[in-house]
Ligand binder design. Structure first.
Ligand code: GTP
Length: 244
């Protein structure tokens, strides 16, 4: 992933149209072969849609590493070089045989770039909010991040909380149940990830893509996609100890 500086927020738009229900469409009337044919088809997902997804969280929690692991399937260890400004990676995720385009913005966690990243929140469709399980301060700052998100992002933005560096269990400072409790408090889905081993990395982005796709084709009376259940059924919880 290329780290680049860019100040210009870009927007994605939803163009999926819902079929209009005509008064004579057959709803509420007796089923006949003739009016069956008039039943509107389920709205098709527009694969050209681009969903703006943003990685946020304190500096050093692993935002860039998570994205590199998702995009390239690798982890670059060694010296840490902080993101300057904001970087963009385009990624296509296949969900139920449908291609969902994610436009993933990797923001700089450092305070001095905050005014740049705020500008990107406004038209974000999804936010992945990370803390580092070995850093209490990064966890404590999650509330401030959520306040900021509620201030600058749209009210229906999809938010997911991720406790990253789950491979570093010997240095763990935040128990998994603490992350779970915080996520419950804010009604957001949660999982622990490791950009190093890849644990739950693909799942985090796939769940977001699935949620965004479902929202784009959601019919008013249709049951909503349950992202919490989707994640709970699939996330990996590393072996042993109650500490993970
Ligand atoms: N062991 C381990 N190290 C990680 C993991 N994720 C990131 N790191 C390391 O943590 C350091 C910071 O990672 P980055 O991905 O650059 O962090 P960032 O959140 O993008 O930081 P900023 O760009 O400053 O906002 C690097 O040295 C990474 O190698 C992980 O899951 N496990």
């Amino acid at each position: 992933m290329e780290r680049m500086e860019s100040m210009e927020p870009i927007s994605a738009c939803y163009t999926t149209s819902y079929p209009e229900i005509q008064p004579d469409s057959g709803y509420g009337s007796r089923e006949t072969p003739e009016n069956q044919a008039k039943t509107p088809p389920a709205p098709a997902y527009n694969e050209e849609l681009e969903h703006k997804t943003i990685l946020v969280g304190d500096s050093g929690v692993g935002k860039t590493s998570l994205l590199v692991q998702f995009d390239q399937g690798k982890f670059i260890s060694g010296s840490f070089s902080a993101t300057v400004g904001i970087g963009l990676t385009n990624k296509v995720v296949t969900v139920d045989d449908t291609k969902v385009k994610l436009q993933i913005w990797d923001t700089a966690g450092q305070e001095r770039f905050r005014s740049v990243t705020h500008a990107y929140y406004r038209d974000a469709h999804a936010l992945l909010l990370l803390y580092d399980i070995t850093s209490k301060s990064s966890f404590d700052n999650i509330r401030a991040w959520l306040t900021e998100i509620h201030e600058y992002a749209q009210s229906d933005v999809v938010i997911m909380l991720l406790g990253n560096k789950a491979d570093m269990s010997s240095e763990r400072a935040i128990r998994r149940d603490e992350g779970e409790r915080l996520a419950r408090e804010y009604s957001v889905p949660f999982m622990e990830t490791s950009a190093k081993t890849g644990v739950n990395v693909e799942l985090a982005f796939t769940a977001i893509a699935k949620e965004l796709k479902q929202r784009a084709i959601q019919q008013p009376n249709e049951a909503k996609f349950q992202i919490h259940q989707y994640i709970e059924a699939r996330k990996e919880k590393s072996g042993c100890c109650s500490y993970f």
